[in-house]
Design a protein around this ligand. Structure first.
Ligand code: DX5
Ligand code: ZN
Length: 225
């Protein structure tokens, strides 16, 4: 299955005092807007929660890709689906029953995503792929933007891509962390088809132009699954 690359700018790298402007800056260029929710428990950092997502949802038509880096996602994740998020991703490390939570999210009208952090192997989760819509492989340790891309994480991307292909699944394979013009092609070649980029988009003078460049690089990559 050929799918065109998704570019999902992360507003973690934007100015939090002007989030509505930040999403307007990428309208017409971004496929999704990536929203990093951190709770100072699952990760040490603290960002934004449901009230901000609810307000920001009204400021744009770009689909929201909510990345929950929080403990107890069973309790909080459905609220983001109800707030109109297109995709809600929770962490495997924080969830006892990912299949049940994915089902709940789908019933609430969202796509369901499973995230795998840097130190978590992907093998135990491969059999869950038929029950989710998105798999997010962290290419850094979750918690902060602006970290250096870890190419060794691409083995996990290859493993997931192989399984998606073998089982002919409709699952988006997303990478998050350190994605920029010098790293996106290798991630695409490993089999990723959705790309989060914070610093590479919001650190650029022209965020929309940065998105177009990233998409062109991802699209020309040659996937060797
Ligand atoms: C970090 C977040 C990322 C972050 C990526 O835990 O999940 O989405 O915004 O930032 P960059 O693209 O700057 O590495
Ligand atoms: Zn993220």
């Amino acid at each position: 299955m050929e799918s065109s690359p998704i570019i999902a700018p992360s507003i973690l790298a934007a100015d939090f005092a002007h989030l509505a402007d930040a999403v307007h800056d990428i309208e017409g260029a971004a496929d999704w807007v990536h929203v990093d929710v951190m709770d100072n428990h699952f990760v040490p950092n603290l960002t934004i929660g449901l009230p901000v997502v609810q307000s920001l949802r009204k400021a744009t038509t770009i689909p929201f890709d909510v990345h929950l880096m929080i403990a107890d996602p069973e309790r909080w994740a459905p609220g983001y689906a109800e707030a109109g998020a297109y995709n809600v991703t929770f962490h495997a490390e924080a969830c006892d029953d990912p299949v049940a939570l994915a089902k709940t999210l789908r019933a609430a009208g969202a796509k369901a995503g499973l995230a795998i952090d840097r130190d978590t192997p992907v093998e135990p989760y491969l059999e869950l792929l038929p029950y989710v819509d998105t798999v997010l492989i962290m290419t850094i340790k979750a918690g902060f933007g602006g970290q250096k891309f870890l190419p060794e994480m691409l083995d996990k991307v290859r493993d997931v891509r192989r399984r998606i292909t073998a089982k002919n699944l409709e699952v988006r394979l997303e990478v998050d962390g350190g994605i920029a013009v010098d790293t996106i092609e290798q991630a695409a070649e490993a089999g990723a088809d959705a790309f989060v980029a914070g610093t590479a988009v919001y650190g650029a003078e022209d965020p929309a132009e940065a998105i177009r460049k990233l998409r062109a690089l991802a699209a020309r990559a040659d996937v060797r699954a």
